[in-house]
Design a protein around this ligand. Structure first.
Ligand SMILES: Cc1cc2nc3c(=O)[nH]c(=O)nc-3n(C[C@H](O)[C@H](O)[C@H](O)COP(=O)(O)O)c2cc1C
Length: 216
């Protein structure tokens, strides 16, 4: 049996990235019926941005925190415990302004704490080696070799956070060009966008199937 932490971050009700996450969940549940899930919808219920008290508390031993810092750290700990309790992490994200939604960034800022989830001295994170799957939707095209490739601060950024920061085994699966169906100037790209989405769903299903078969 394994435990999945699933985080959605789009504000949309017709979200492409949430649909990709749903495909992951469906296949993973089929293959792993005993599995359990913690779910957060950051688009609907954001977590707070970091305050000074929360940052300082992350660097202080418990005994030296004042009451404001204790409260701020309790909030961080709730999110950190959810992360540490997971065997597998699934993050879905839209591209907003070439990056991730600020709600997802706020969650990342809350959970990355030196000595809890990562370390500045090179010792491994407790999350090291666990799988993280990032499913993303981009309105434009950011495939390797595309003119906008280097403007993509969404998937590659999350690869840095979960791979470099937490030492997890990350795979990023992105559907490209979702705006093609809504922007008249991009209408000629609709067939490529449809293919990109179908390929992404297939890759997500394969990823979920493979992860469900890995013993934890
Ligand atoms: C606030 C906002 C900003 C966006 N910025 C970009 C962008 O910088 N580049 C891009 O390719 N698409 C951009 N888009 C389009 C989204 O990436 C696209 O609609 C994507 O499918 C959203 O993911 P979702 O369907 O999971 O909500 C933006 C959309 C919104 C709502």
């Amino acid at each position: 049996m394994s435990h999945l932490l699933h985080i959605d971050s789009s504000v949309s009700q017709t979200s492409v990235s949430k649909a990709l996450a749903e495909t992951f969940r469906r296949v993973w549940a089929e293959e792993n019926p005993q599995g359990t899930v913690t779910y957060r919808d950051l688009g609907a219920t954001p977590v707070p941005h970091l305050t000074e008290a929360a940052v300082v508390a992350g660097f202080l031993p418990e005994s030296m925190r004042d009451s404001e810092q204790v409260d701020a750290m309790l909030r961080r700990e709730e999110l950190i415990e959810e992360l540490l309790a997971s065997d597998i992490v699934l993050i879905s994200t839209p591209m907003y302004n070439w990056s991730i939604p600020s709600t997802l960034k706020a969650w990342i800022d809350q959970v990355l704490v030196n000595g809890r989830t990562l370390s500045f001295d090179g010792s491994p994170s407790p999350m090291a080696g666990r799988p993280a799957t990032v499913v993303a939707s981009y309105g434009g095209g950011y495939s390797p070799g595309a003119p906008m490739e280097k403007a993509n601060h969404c998937g590659p950024y999350l690869e840095t956070v979960f791979g470099q920061g937490l030492g997890m085994q990350v795979e990023v699966i992105a559907a490209q060009l979702s705006l093609a169906s809504r922007v008249p100037a991009m209408a000629h790209l609709v067939p490529i966008a449809d293919k990109s989405q179908a390929t992404a769903h297939e890759a997500v299903a394969n990823r979920a199937r493979n992860l469900a078969s890995v013993p934890v």
